[in-house]
Design a protein around this ligand. Structure first.
Ligand code: PSV
Ligand code: MN
Length: 424
């Protein structure tokens, strides 16, 4: 299905008077409001192909109606999201969950929805049917060279799929690690990982990047071979300029100061981008901004500051992706909420009074520095986000538009009530 623009316009029209009032109110207070709107309008967050079906836990999975049964239907769903928010113009594929059998057709379909393909993700954390060697004890770090070779070849194959889709980055997350002390020689595991990644790096086309994602635990519970940003950074540094560190917000131990990590990686030009999600305890993959929106704002504050310091383009110089999926919400609603939360945090970061903050920091005026940040955080920037969406032809209120247009009901009537998404 495809959402007709005039329907979005009609719904916007009904909200128009209220929106104009709210927008004018905040616009009067924001410095360079047009500049903020331009940046918000240019900002896009990739949708992961694996988040369009209902996620499960190890205790079960409750499929929702009208789930996409194929890559084509996943592209359609991202098209729906993008038609409503005009900020989700790309899709990130996980291979082999979503193999593009006919890449040309996928490119054409994506373009019909105004979409393109973002980073491609490899998967050596599961064994696939007909796979010769098992990843039970890891992949790129494995003690057995033959297993490592198989995992390297998989990554190179993923790059080949990505080239056909005009992707420009390979995202690597390894579950490699150990469950018990003594199981692994840490140094050898790291060196094997590095050597394997070096072979993958050699296979990257000139204009490609490789993004190395870290995670402290799960599915391994004693050690993970790329367990934190230091280990990822070390690998990325040894690999070379095409390699950098991917930050998944859920991949930190409780209390970790993620914004500081972001700041330092940016300083070193080694920040690849993000997998956005939110969490209460571990890698909960909850809707972005649902648990700790202040942390999200603080991260964006560092991003804006750090990217501006390097003269980077906010919209295009880092990889912005969502990595969230769970089992009680309509996945499309969840993704719409996530993108809105990201844009809200970004807008808040854009309106921080930077000159005043720098002065407060230089004067060690701790109270004022906090006031300045919280002034931005406590500003209701939703009318700015709505105005940017409106100017791009999107909805003033994407989640309510999705409901009022009965999109899920239409998807159920097209695809059926009992459908199960491919992938996870
Ligand atoms: C691992 O938890 C992870 O964050 C990686 O990015 C995987 O590719 C993804 O989740 C799979 O859901
Ligand atoms: Mn991730």
């Amino acid at each position: 299905m495809q959402i007709e623009k005039h329907k979005v316009d009609e719904l916007n029209h009904q909200l128009s008077a209220k929106h104009t009032h709210q927008f004018e109110h905040i616009a009067a207070d924001v410095n360079n409001v047009e500049g903020v709107l331009t940046k918000l309008g240019a900002f896009n967050v990739a949708i992961p192909s694996w988040a369009l079906g209902t996620g499960g836990t190890r205790f079960g999975r409750f499929s929702g109606g009208g789930e996409p049964r194929s890559l084509e239907e996943k592209i359609e769903d991202v098209g729906v999201i993008h038609a409503l928010n005009k900020s989700s113009s790309s899709i990130s594929l996980h291979i082999p969950w979503d193999i593009p059998e006919n890449a040309t057709a996928m490119n054409v379909l994506a373009a019909q929805h105004g979409l393109h393909f973002d980073a491609v993700n490899s998967n050596t954390f599961q064994d696939q049917k007909d796979q010769k060697l098992s990843y039970k004890f890891g992949s790129l770090h494995h003690t057995d060279k033959a297993v490592r070779k198989q995992a390297i070849e998989h990554n190179i194959e993923v790059i080949k799929y990505g080239v056909q889709l005009n992707s420009k980055a390979l995202s690597v997350w390894l579950s490699d690690g150990s469950n018990f002390p003594g199981q692994l020689n840490f140094r050898k595991a790291f060196q094997n990982t590095l050597e394997s990644l070096q072979e993958i790096y050699e296979a990257l086309p000139d204009d490609w990047k490789v993004w190395v994602e870290y995670k402290p635990y799960e599915p391994n519970f004693y050690s993970t071979t790329i367990g934190d940003w230091g280990q990822s950074y070390l690998l990325a540094s040894k690999l070379g300029p095409k390699a950098s560190t991917l930050v998944d917000l859920g991949h930190h131990l409780q209390g970790t100061n993620i914004e500081q990590i972001v700041s330092i990686l940016l300083m070193e030009n080694k920040l690849a981008g993000f997998h956005f999600n939110d969490s209460k305890y571990g890698d909960d993959d909850l809707t972005v901004g649902s648990i700790n929106p202040y942390q999200l704002f603080l991260i964006f504050n560092e991003l804006v500051e750090g990217m501006d310091a390097r003269g980077m383009n906010h919209a295009t110089d880092l990889g912005w992706m969502i990595d969230a999926s769970h089992n009680v919400k309509d996945p499309v609603e969840d993704l719409l909420q996530s993108v809105q939360a990201i844009k809200i945090a970004y807008a808040q970061a854009l309106i921080v009074d930077k000159a005043a903050l720098v002065a407060a920091q230089n004067n060690n005026d701790v109270t004022l520095a906090q006031e300045i940040l919280q002034q931005a955080y406590r500003t209701d920037v939703r009318p700015l986000v709505a105005e940017a969406s409106l100017r791009n032809g999107g909805s003033l209120d994407p989640v309510s538009a999705y409901r009022r247009l009965s999109v899920r009901e239409q998807l159920i009537s097209e695809r059926g009530l009992k459908t199960v998404a491919t992938g996870l």
